[in-house]
Design a protein. Structure first.
Length: 79
C-alpha cells in the first residue's frame, strides 16, 4: 500500500527535533545523514519576530517513530 504523506499541524510543532532523533535512531543512518529534519526560519522584523518550524519527514515508514515521540501531537498518521 502506498504511503503518500503524514499530517503535521505546524501550529503545534515546537521545534524539539524529537522526530529527527527518533528517525535517526530507528533507521541507524550514518553521521551527517538525516532523513527527517526540522527546518527553522525567522519571520518578521525586530521587535515583532517569531520562529517557524517546518518538519520535513520522509513519509516512508509503515510505523513511523517520529509520530510516537511527538510531545505536542503535531505529527499524526491515519490507519
Amino acid at each position: 500500500m502506498a504511503r503518500y504523506g503524514m499530517v503535521i499541524d505546524l501550529s503545534r510543532c515546537i521545534g524539539c527535533h524529537a522526530c529527527s532523533m527518533a528517525c535517526k535512531q530507528e533507521n541507524g543512518t550514518p553521521s551527517g545523514i538525516w532523513w527527517g529534519k526540522v527546518l527553522v526560519s525567522e519571520l518578521g522584523k525586530y521587535p515583532n519576530t517569531q520562529l517557524v518550524y517546518m518538519p520535513v519527514l520522509c513519509n516512508h515508514c509503515k510505523n513511523p517513530p517520529c509520530v510516537d515521540v511527538c510531545a505536542t501531537g503535531a505529527s499524526t498518521k491515519r490507519a
